[in-house]
Design a protein around this ligand. Structure first.
Ligand SMILES: Nc1nc2c(ncn2[C@@H]2O[C@H](COP(=O)(O)OP(=O)(O)O)[C@@H](O)[C@H]2O)c(=O)[nH]1
Ligand SMILES: [Mg+2]
Length: 196
């Protein structure tokens, strides 16, 4: 059974004015376009298609908000790092991120979703810095672990741990195989409770 039986889509927002109720606590999911962010969110809440997943990356520049129970939200932030997005779209992405990170008092933590085959990169580092600047804890999901062999997955985890040090928690994850879903639910609960 889902750990979050009450989960529901709240709204899509394109500016600080439309993010909505800022009471309670929310956890934001960030990651490169196509990293598996929406799939991770769906797997964690146990709903196949709550957040839309797509094969065509870099389309939407919207902040999608979901309520998991009254006063607790998950936020699907617009993806980044898609090589061919025009400069105007990059500027729009930055404007939206700055609006989000500077106005959301309820932001309790950030989950950064990273394609394990690609590893934690420069644009992920930017998100880590946004969170650190606001004093918010970060947990990294190395997702699509099903695409790696056991040894490769373990090596990627160790390398990313070394890269991050004490700055963020990190784990392997797969929306496809279910690896790490329990651990991610635990990390999410800890972030929401301010225990991370
Ligand atoms: N094999 C595998 N594919 C995945 C996994 N998570 C996502 N994908 C695929 O990666 C693509 C992008 O996923 P999506 O969740 O839409 O990424 P987003 O753009 O970061 O929200 C889709 O084709 C997904 O089916 C995973 O854990 N394993
Ligand atoms: Mg998505």
């Amino acid at each position: 059974m889902s750990k979050y039986p009450q989960v529901r889509f709240l709204k899509s927002a394109d500016s600080a004015a439309t993010f909505g109720d800022d009471s309670g606590a929310e956890i934001a999911f960030a990651g490169r376009s196509n990293s598996g962010k929406s799939s991770a969110l769906n797997a964690i809440v146990g709903r196949r298609d709550l957040a839309r997943t797509s094969r065509t990356p870099g389309r939407t520049q919207l902040v999608n908000l979901f309520e998991i129970e009254p006063g607790k939200r998950l936020v699907d932030l617009p993806g980044y790092g898609y090589a061919r997005v025009p400069p105007a779209m990059r500027a729009e992405w930055r404007r939206l991120m700055e609006a989000y990170f500077t106005t959301r008092g309820s932001l309790a933590g950030l989950i950064v979703v990273v394609d394990a085959r690609r590893g934690f990169g420069e644009s992920d580092q930017v998100m880590l810095e946004y969170a650190e600047a606001r004093g918010r804890p970060v947990h990294v999901l190395l997702t699509k672990s099903d695409k790696l062999g056991r040894n490769e997955a373990r090596a990627t985890l160790q390398k990313t741990r070394a890269q991050l040090g004490e700055r963020a928690g990190v784990q392997l994850f797969s929306a496809a195989s279910g690896e790490g879903v329990d651990a991610a639910q635990g990390a999410l609960a800890a972030l929401l409770a301010g225990r991370a």
